[in-house]
Structure formats: C-alpha cells, structure tokens
Ligand binder design. Structure first.
Ligand code: A2P
Length: 317
C-alpha cells in the first residue's frame, strides 16, 4: 500500500479506517477487527461521539500486544465549538481522554466554521459565531501550540479550499500538513489536490464511497449511486472486485490518503485489499473522466435563516 510522507519523515498509510457514522456498540469491534487485519491509520473526530468506545478498543489491542501505540497513526478533529484559542487545548484533551491516548499523530480543524463556545449543534443562527469573532488564524496559532507541547505530532485542516489554505499559510509558523476533504471520482478536486501537492500539504479523501449511510436529512434528492456507476461497475467486474474497491484504489493510486468507513469485517478486509488491485492507465483515465464537481456533502446543512455561513462561502470564499 502507498504511504504518504510528512516533511519530518513520518508516514501515514494511504488507506485508513473512517469512523464517522460508526455507531456505538459497533465501532469498537470494527476498530479492533481493522487493526487485527492490518489497518494502521484510524480517522476519528470529537463530533462523531464514539471516541470513548474507540479508546477502549485501542487499549484492548495494545494490551493484547496486537499493535503498539507507535505503530498506529491516529487522527482526530477539533470541533467547531472549540475555536476560541483558549478552548483548543480543551477540545483536544477531551479527545485524548476519550481515546485514552497521550498524543495524537494528526489533529485537524474540522470545519472553517465556528460555533459559540459550548454549542455543539445549533438549529438556528444564534449558536454560530462568525470568523471575525473567532478568526481561523487565531485558532491555528493555538493548534501550533499543541505541537510545541508534544500533544499532537502533526496539524492540519478539513474542508478547506485553496483561498482558505492560502490565507492560513500566510500567517502559519507550521504550514497545514493535511487537508481532509470530500473526494471520489465525481469530485476529484484536481485543482485543490494540485495546490496541496505543490505546497507540501497532504490530502485525505473522505466519503470516498459516497457516504450512503448518512442520515436522510443530510441527503439530497436523486443522489448518484457510485456503486451503480456504469464505468466503475464495468472496471470492477473486469477485476472481479466490488466497485467500492475500485473507488479506494483510484484514491490511493492518485496519491491521496482515503478513509472508507465500514463496520463489517468482510468489507473492512475488501477495502484494505483494494491496494493490491492494479488499474491500467486507461482505467484511471476512464475514472478521471467521471469528475463533475458533485458533492454528496454539499455544505447546505450549515445554512440557517439569517445565518452567517453559506455553502458558497465555505467552498468558494
Ligand atoms: P458498512 O459500514 O456496513 O460496511 P463512506 O466511507 O463513503 O462514508 O461510505 C461508507 C458506507 O459504505 C457505509 O454504508 C458502509 O457500510 C459502506 N461500505 C464500506 N465498504 C464497503 C464495501 N467494500 N462494499 C460495499 N459497501 C461498503
């Protein structure tokens, strides 16, 4: 499997385990199974509300000598309610306590969106804060301080576009080391990926399978089904694999990290084994041609009547 390298030489497996939407009662088992079969990169977040069960799973695999802490690469993300610089370490510490770890390998600002401190979700505009109140630049400085303290090895962002990355780079002492964004053949984000590559920012693809298990209120009408896509299906049939594996191989093959979510042992194995599929240049080109800038996570779920945040601002400003 491909590995991506940070500037200091640390490496991350291109294929990791996503844990968004992995429910309580399932996620611990899935993480243990994943680690047993060879996953070494686990992607978590405070807001997934399952870090405690994942932390217990980590302890079990450490105690059973299946893997050491140093062999795992563990990512988590700062939730929107901790953007005030004085709250950043608090947000991280809640994650570290839940995950039962004393450091993270990678910590990301989850969204370029601030909530008022203490507000986890808000149905109306009143729970949100503006980026003038909590500028990303100040949140970033507090992220940098976490590296100095040895609490996290690497820092980065999620859901950032080129202008937002550029503005952050202009003030950063530590250039963001990772940008985690939605990515699959319908949303290749070539320009963003190229910008990241040219600036030493690694790129992780989330929702690589189209995130079909999202709650209905996060789904659009008539969404495309990646598993039913004719091109992907025909390539999958030629290789005798599931279209999910072609999606994962495409992401790994183009040099990104990719974090498919599964809680099913057979699918966890399939997903990891995708690395050994060999796609021809022609097949890669056929998949590249599917790009149409289609987002499954369109960002509209951040819009509120009279609110500050719009999907347009998140993806384009
Ligand atoms: P499950 O967890 O039951 O395996 P994404 O990573 O884009 O968020 O997609 C996750 C969804 O894709 C989940 O519904 C997950 O179901 C499903 N999934 C994951 N791996 C596979 C696979 N190899 N084949 C079919 N479905 C998969």
């Amino acid at each position: 499997m491909n590995k991506l390298a940070f500037k200091n030489g640390d490496k991350i497996d291109a294929i990791g385990l996503g844990t968004w939407k992995s429910d309580a009662g399932e996620v611990g088992q899935a993480v243990k199974e994943a680690i047993k079969i060879g996953y070494r990169h686990i992607d978590c977040a405070w807001i997934y509300q399952n870090e405690k069960e994942i932390g217990d799973a980590f302890q079990e695999v450490f105690t059973a000598d299946i893997v050491t802490r140093e062999e795992l690469f563990i990512t988590s993300k700062l939730w929107n309610s901790f953007h005030a610089p004085e709250d950043v370490e608090k947000g991280l510490r809640e994650t570290l306590t839940a995950l039962r770890l004393d450091y993270l390998d990678l910590y990301l600002i989850h969204w370029p969106i601030a909530h008022k401190p203490g507000v986890i979700f808000s149905e109306d505009a009143s729970g949100f804060a503006t980026l003038d109140e909590y500028p990303i630049a100040k949140t970033w400085k507090a992220m940098e301080a976490l590296v100095q303290k040895g609490l996290v090895k690497h820092i980065g962002v999620s859901n950032f576009n080129v202008p937002k990355l550029q503005r952050l780079m202009d003030i950063a002492a530590i250039v963001p080391e990772m940008n985690q964004v939605e990515s699959h053949p319908l949303l290749a984000q070539n320009e963003l990926f190229e910008f990241c590559s040219n600036n030493g920012i690694l790129y992780t693809a989330y929702s690589p399978l189209g995130s079909r298990d999202r709650s209905p209120n996060m789904k659009g009408a008539n969404e495309p089904d990646l598993f039913e896509n004719k091109t992907l299906k025909s390539i999958a049939t030629n290789h005798g694999v599931h279209p999910a594996q072609i999606l994962i191989k495409w992401a790994e093959g183009r040099g990104t990290a990719v974090i498919p979510k599964s809680v099913n042992p057979a699918r966890l194995k399939q997903n990891l084994e995708s690395a050994s599929i060999s796609l021809s240049i022609d097949e890669m080109e056929q998949i590249n041609a599917l790009d149409k800038g289609y987002r499954f996570l369109d960002g509209k779920f951040w819009e509120r009547e009279g609110g500050y945040y719009t999907a347009e601002m998140i993806w384009n400003d």
